[in-house]
Design a protein around this ligand. Sequence first.
Ligand code: SF4
Ligand code: SF4
Length: 449
Amino acid sequence: MYVSKYNIVLDVENHTKKIVINPLSQSMDVVDGEDRELLVLLEGTGRFEKVKGSDLDYLLKRGYIFNAQVEEESLLHRAIEKDDQEKYPCDFLLYPTFHCNFRCTYCFQENYFKKYSFITKEYVSKAFSAIETICRDLQFESTPLLYLFGGEPLLKGKRAEETIQYTLLQAYDRGYRTAIVTNGSNVQHYSSLLRKYAVDFIQITLDGPPHIHDTRRIYANGKGTFDDIKRGIESIIDSEIKILIRMNLDSQNIDYIPEFSDFVYESGWDKENVTVFVGPYRDLLCRSYEYQLPEHVMLKRMFSFYEEIPKTRIIKLLAWPGADYVLHFLRMRELPPPRVSYCIATYGRYGFDAEGYVYACGNAAGNKQYAIGRYYPEISLDEENVRRWRKRRFNAMPECIRCQLALLCGGGCTLQSLLKHGGKNPFCPEILENLKVAVTYYFDKIVGE
Ligand code: SF4
Ligand code: SF4
């Protein structure tokens, strides 16, 4: 018999029980913390003969142990094959500019401010041709989703406004879905266009109540931006457009979650088309940002708000690796499939900048050394650069092959690995810590339903 190398035994705070997960077998069970022999076996250091026969049968059935190692290898092989055959959605990002009218205190794109330029209609048209070629060559069946990203895509000025209108019209005429990631300051100015061209959703950042937001998300002249953003949100709140309000969470604003949730209710934003969520601030450029907190610390704090002040639950959690895994289980009553890659950059994302470059990762755009090719004058991708991003699975890296968390993680963020380790070693997300915090908070729901 053989013990799976993907078993993860998790302590549950204030409980004698533990949770065991095997992401390859897609199993999760509760184990009595007193059952030492069973636990050490699951962790790979125990002895089979010390565990009851009926327990071994159960572990075998649930995929925590196998008759032989080759059974686990073949299960893993099937998971990778399935991933190969999967038709993942493909999305496209257009960066009309890297310029922005804000000077946020934590911005990772600040180096781009000097070079103001806005994409021309000719380049936009080439980007649409590239999308059609990519969809045809890769036989994508689903409707393309085009994000306008930046910098700030909704800038004021004749050139910007005409080009954004042209882009939305092109997408609308082709039946594409569209989404905009914006700082929100000019949403009111653009609201009739957004309605006219049936933009699917818009993501806007608000970093907490006004007195906090306005210390971090400011105009170039230092003025606060909260009121303009609020007006922007309210100019489209009665439309079909879904509004995602993102709060970048760190030690400077986390204490204001209860106040912000009051504000959401008082403003009447507790509506079906509005989702307010927190995402962890991530220091992509290793700048030692002074307000950064470990993700699991913020997660724990969010859960204690949820517990003590129920109305704070209006502020959701999105993109917290590890916690996402538990939330998926609670939604679907089954665990997600084994994760062999980390993110959409390893599958089908194409970002087009104003200079004709193509990127696989939204956050790498503008950094030409990470481009995967060009779309101007015609689409042409560089195979070697493409390989660096696409199909970057955990099993391409020795550390990840040895890692017990590999099938929860998939090999980590490519961009952070490139920026922080020159791409030689993986960059490990805080999955295990987040998972422990999430199973503790949701323990009764995991067990009880
Ligand atoms: S990136 Fe880190 S946590 Fe993820 S699979 Fe690789 S070694 Fe494990
Ligand atoms: S490579 Fe990293 S930064 Fe880029 S999309 Fe993936 S997770 Fe995000």
